[in-house]
Unconditional design. Structure first.
Length: 503
């Protein structure tokens, strides 16, 4: 049972008093004719005409002044002032409002729009109704107008952990948080529009899968009682979407949730939103061009420009993006030429020679050592949107090898602001080569290695029917949202991020 504070007990007493007076504090019906923005627009369009409206919203301020009272209510569009006076409703009704209504209550107010002596568009209230009584006061907030006219909001709910745990309160008192999630919704809508206009078909694939695959990650495992088998929450859509290419759906995409049983950081959450598409008869170069066009389009739709401020950096998403071949990029920042070291042992020795303080795992494969160099040294330098391309084969089991280079595959990752945004391949469509890759990973990797990819017999069977050459792409929608809203933690762009159990 909840333990109530003294203030909450006072509000609970008001609930009892309201019901004793035959006033329901949580009525079933609400009537609203205008949002705050609609009411202001209708009034300002012609102030000579009488504008009668019924508004609804949460009380954010109350200022009783004898025979009149001012209040502000807030709805999804913003705030608007209410003006209540004894002339319109009588002393008893006005006293009832001042005594029984509190900050945080939801109220319905009917009246006529007017402009106060101070020049503020206001609703002169003729009648009001309680819609929902607030038992727990919201964290206090206050808007302060600076000398230059800018408004600074001071809120008591500024603890990042508490805001993530109580997102409902965070949204209620911080309009900028609501705006972040409006922009997130606009981003997803723009990604859909971009792909739909280019003939891609949006599809849905299983979240519960009998075998996980399509990425290098540890899955969440559950059990299906009726089928008497373990199931996995998907870590990627890839293998199912590519099965659809076999079935002659040539351009497919999905936007949905993936689940990876991994660490939590400023850019990682165990549950996240992913966009993946697969495009028959394309390769990673065509996908590269489509990617920069798509992200630039999304940036413009969400922010109004292809230039986006992220922290101290002004990022320019307008195509073409910078392109860096992985070998050259690593050589530039570390002095290690990966092409001169064809084995893991040779590459490890070269890393220790050039960078004695570097600490890669000596048991790593060659590909994972290259990935170490990228993550530790090259990735932090990739601030402006950049395609890093041509990756090691042994950490890219689903990508096609570059002709005449068995150790390297046609893969790129898009980087911005020093972290990975997207990942794409010229997809492997040779079933015999794919089977060999799976077997190699089973041999070369430890049983609990997250990079290990399970052998999927049904996927190989689909490939044997014939899969067209294609380019595939995956992007974290949460990370792109971070960049477009200038948020530096993934928690800030997830309504309900994963958190450790509250003690």
């Amino acid at each position: 049972m909840a333990e109530y504070t003294p203030l909450e007990k006072i509000r609970l007493q008001k609930v009892e008093e309201l019901r004793a007076a035959n006033v329901e504090p949580y009525p079933t019906r609400a009537e609203r004719t205008h949002t705050s923005a609609q009411a202001l627009a209708a009034f300002e369009a012609d102030e000579s005409q009488e504008t009668n409206v019924t508004l609804a919203g949460r009380i954010r301020s109350m200022r009783p002044k004898g025979k009149l009272s001012f209040a502000h209510i807030e709805d999804g569009d913003g705030k608007i002032q209410l003006f209540l006076r004894v002339n319109e409703m009588g002393e008893e009704r006005l006293a009832f409002f001042n005594k029984m209504f509190d900050l945080g209550d939801f109220v319905e107010a009917t009246g006529t729009m007017m402009r106060t002596k101070a020049g503020e568009a206001t609703l002169l209230v003729r009648d009001f109704k309680l819609l929902a009584k607030s038992i727990s006061p919201l964290p206090a907030d206050k808007d302060v107008t600076q000398a230059d006219g800018t408004v600074v909001r001071y809120a008591s709910l500024d603890d990042a952990e508490l805001r993530a745990r109580q997102r409902y309160a965070d949204l209620a008192v911080n309009p900028d948080v609501r705006e972040t999630f409006r922009k997130r919704a606009k981003l997803i809508k723009s990604l859909r529009a971009f792909l739909d206009e280019r003939g891609f078909l949006e599809v849905e694939t299983p979240i519960l899968q009998p075998l996980y695959g399509g990425a290098a990650a540890r899955p969440f495992t559950t059990h299906h009682n009726e089928l008497e088998q373990d199931m996995y929450l998907r870590i990627s859509f890839e293998l199912y979407l590519k099965r659809l290419l076999v079935g002659n759906l040539e351009k497919v995409y999905e936007i949905g949730r993936d689940f990876r049983n991994e660490g939590v950081s400023f850019k990682h959450n165990p549950e996240f939103t992913q966009l993946e598409f697969y495009w028959a008869y394309a390769d990673y170069l065509k996908v590269m061009e489509l990617t920069e066009q798509m992200v630039a389009y999304a940036a413009e739709q969400v922010t109004g420009s292809t230039k986006v401020q992220f922290g101290e950096h002004e990022l320019e998403f307008k195509p073409p993006w910078r392109r860096v071949e992985m070998r050259q990029g690593i050589l530039d920042v570390t002095g290690v030429d990966i092409a001169e070291h064809a084995t893991a042992e040779a590459l490890f020795a070269a890393i220790r020679e050039k960078m004695p303080k570097a600490a890669p795992d000596p048991k790593s494969t060659r590909g994972k050592l290259i990935d170490f160099l990228v993550g530790e040294y090259l990735e932090p330098t990739l601030i402006q949107p950049t395609f890093l391309y041509n990756y090691p084969r042994d950490i890219s089991p689903l990508a096609k090898s570059i002709p005449d280079d068995a150790l390297t595959v046609e893969r790129f990752e898009g980087y911005v602001a020093g972290f990975e945004l997207c990942n794409a391949f010229t997809e492997l469509n040779d079933p015999l080569d794919q089977e060999q890759r799976f077997l190699e990973m089973g041999r070369d990797y430890e049983a609990d290695d997250e990079e290990k990819h399970p052998l999927d017999e049904d996927y190989l069977r689909a490939m044997r029917y014939g899969m067209p050459p294609n380019g595939g792409f995956g992007m974290g929608v949460d990370r792109l949202t971070m960049i477009l809203t200038d948020k530096h933690s993934i928690r800030e762009v997830l309504l309900f991020p994963a958190l450790r159990k509250e003690e």
